[in-house]
Design a protein around this ligand. Structure first.
Ligand SMILES: [Zn+2]
Length: 236
């Protein structure tokens, strides 16, 4: 009988030890790893995957940069950035129709001017309570030799989305990887959900612009943006 009591006591202390040790080492592990991809460490990064009601589609805002009198960059060939961004965004929208769990909302579907003074783009996404915001652009620089893809984010909760997008788009475009970078663009700053701005390539670089204006490269980049969305939302 005494032996049994002893074993129970030993068992209890073992359980207690495991519990205690688990808590302590759990904390240690949490503080030693980076918090950039950890939704628990970063409450803003409720990327809604876990809490999202199954079956309802994720709302993804695709924002073709510029429009109307805001032509954006003028490429090496004289093409305007606003046209490229709309062409690419439309391809993403089209491809996403095959994904029942993704509903794309476009900030513009034609050559419409969208006021940046009124912060229309982030407001559109916030009013919609969107899950993701993705702005599409083409880059520009005085030196035509400069080339490559870069993805911008502002809030910390957007960094993992930026990393994913950057990797996906570079893989698809074959352009130089200029990395994911923090920048205080208002479309990234004023949006309540994870948001990125993709500078797909340099329109001022003749070779890169030429590629960016082909159907083939646009389709590849559009597919990679959709892949990035799926990867981030854990839909694959
Ligand atoms: Zn732009």
């Amino acid at each position: 009988m005494r032996r049994a009591v002893l074993s129970v006591a030993m068992l209890l202390s073992l359980v207690l030890f495991v519990l205690l040790y688990g808590t302590l080492s759990g904390e240690g592990a949490a503080s030693s790893k980076t918090d950039r991809n950890d939704p628990v460490m970063n409450p803003l990064n409720e990327n809604k995957t876990a809490s999202h009601p199954s079956g309802t589609p994720f709302k993804v805002v695709i924002d073709p940069g510029h429009g109307g009198k805001d032509r954006g960059a003028t490429g090496a060939s004289g093409n305007f950035e606003k046209e490229f961004t709309l062409q690419l965004a439309r391809k993403v929208e089209e491809l996403a129709k095959q994904e029942p769990r993704i509903q794309v909302y476009m900030t513009r579907t034609d050559d419409r001017f969208i006021s940046s003074v009124d912060r229309e783009r982030p407001k559109f996404a916030n009013d919609l309570d969107a899950d993701l915001f993705i702005s599409i652009h083409g880059n520009t620089y005085e030196d035509p030799g400069v080339s490559g893809t870069e993805t911008y984010y502002y809030h910390k909760n957007s960094l993992s989305l930026a990393d994913i997008m950057q990797r996906q788009v570079v893989q698809a475009s074959g352009f130089r990887d200029r990395g994911a970078k923090k920048q205080d663009y208002f479309v990234l700053k004023d949006t309540d959900m994870p948001a990125v701005l993709i500078e797909t390539g340099y329109a001022t670089n003749p070779q890169e612009e030429k590629a960016m204006l082909t159907e083939e490269v646009q389709s590849r980049i559009a597919a990679s943006i959709l892949e990035g969305i799926k990867e981030y939302l854990k839909l694959k």
